[in-house]
Design a protein around this ligand. Structure first.
Ligand SMILES: *Cc1c(COP(=O)(O)O)cnc(C)c1O
Length: 400
């Protein structure tokens, strides 16, 4: 037996795959994908069970290895990212853990942007205890990435755009640097999702996701994934999953699977609102600076538009006049925006990076990273944009 494919035209486009790719329905013909809440699967006889455990026959065995609902999510996400395969994980962080456990060994070296998600930096630093070392370099300077290469460099890791400054890195340039050194390039594609940016089109080897963010899109569950070639997934990541068990629960997989069906329309609508808010914020006298890749004032605007299919994304940051007190006044005056560090939700979230996501850095480290006390990050949701402007204006106008 091999696990069958959905019967779709070979040239089906992305929006169709986002809704239709997965597994064929079960014997009952359900139109909405089934949630297979089962930890194990029954075999017709002992001989078949033996063949399946020996990988001589493709079948579902045990949900730590694979599960039909999880497999539907994996096939759909691989189709969206344009990769041969995908493996889902329990969270975005466990996807990064899987990259390291699956690909690296003591003595290996990683080059990573210094602007990636804080827990990513922490996890890569922790691997120093096991002999895997990481050099952190400037997000937007390919020369710095090249200069950090060593003979033992096996992986380059980037996240673009970055949080909260929305700095963009040149995926094609990093892929060339990685491949020239015999290393792989992994890209954390959380902020754009495949609806806006497909890193493999620019040469990336591994696309990493926190499904917790835009893929679910409604702030409900934790999830993660790695999209890569079938060879990488099957020979490196599947065996790691089987032994280490950073498996995604079928329930969470089902939630994210259904989230993917609306991913593209959400990304377009939320990004349009974010761009409108960014332009409006630039015109406010009590706003000192706005960061959004869709603004012509963004330092990598042209690159972002090329890489992100002309869309800036739904996350923006701005600096309110009056430092920390000014930023807190804006956040506390908001009655619609949720004060929470999550992002990618249909509900707009507002956060003060210097005291939350980047609160563990020293003030000098924060300033080096460009994160000032007046900075506010918004992940723009689907509320009416006029209501969002009014929500921010309450605090901004009070500082005028
Ligand atoms: C949230 C996030 C992660 C980690 O994902 P979890 O699902 O929270 O483990 C990694 N990278 C980026 C860019 C994120 O925003």
């Amino acid at each position: 037996m091999t696990i069958p494919r959905v019967d779709l035209p070979a040239d089906a486009r992305l929006d169709t795959l986002a809704v239709r790719e997965g597994l064929p329905p079960s014997a009952w013909g359900e139109n909405s994908e089934a949630l297979f809440l089962t930890s194990s699967f029954v075999h017709p006889d002992a001989e078949t069970a033996a063949r399946r455990f020996a990988n001589e026959e493709d079948a579902f065995i045990y949900s730590r290895f694979s599960n039909p609902t999880v497999a539907m999510l994996e096939r759909r996400l691989a189709a969206l990212e344009g990769t041969g395969d995908c493996i889902a994980t329990a969270s975005g962080m466990s996807a990064i853990l899987m990259i390291v456990l699956g690909l690296l060994k003591a003595g290996d070296h990683v080059v990573c942007s210094q602007s990636v998600f804080g827990s990513t930096i922490k996890l890569l630093q922790d691997f120093g205890r096991f002999g895997v070392t990481t050099s952190f370099v400037a997000q937007t300077d390919p020369a710095a990435w090249r200069a950090a290469l060593r003979p033992e460099t096996k992986l380059l890791f980037a996240e673009t755009p970055s949080n909260p400054l929305t700095e963009v890195c040149d995926i094609a340039a990093l892929a060339e640097i990685a491949h020239g050194a015999g290393a792989l390039l992994a890209v954390d594609n959380c902020f754009c999702s495949p609806a806006l940016q497909r890193p493999v089109e620019f040469g990336a080897d591994i696309v990493m996701h926190s499904g917790t963010k835009f893929l679910d899109g409604q702030g409900r569950v934790m999830a993660g994934a790695l999209c890569a070639s079938e060879e990488l997934v099957q020979t490196k990541f599947v065996p790691t999953q089987r032994s280490a068990g950073m498996s995604l629960s079928p329930f969470n997989a089902w939630v994210v699977l259904k989230g993917l069906e609306t991913l593209s329309v959400r990304m377009q609508a939320q990004s349009a609102r974010a761009l409108e808010l960014a332009r409006w914020l630039e015109a406010q006298p009590t706003v000192e600076r706005v960061y959004h890749p869709g603004l012509p004032t963004h330092p990598q605007h042209a690159l972002a538009m090329r890489q992100q299919h002309g869309v800036g994304g739904a996350v923006l940051s701005f600096v309110a006049r009056g430092g920390r007190a000014g930023a807190f006044a804006v956040i506390d005056a908001a009655r619609i925006c949720s004060i929470t560090a999550n992002l990618g939700d249909t509900k707009t979230t507002i956060t003060h990076p210097a005291s939350t996501s980047h609160g563990r850095l020293t003030e000098a480290q924060r300033l080096a990273a460009g994160i000032t006390q007046g900075m506010i990050r918004l992940s723009v949701g689907l509320e009416d944009v006029e209501d969002l402007k009014a929500d921010l204006l309450r605090g901004l106008a009070a500082r005028a």
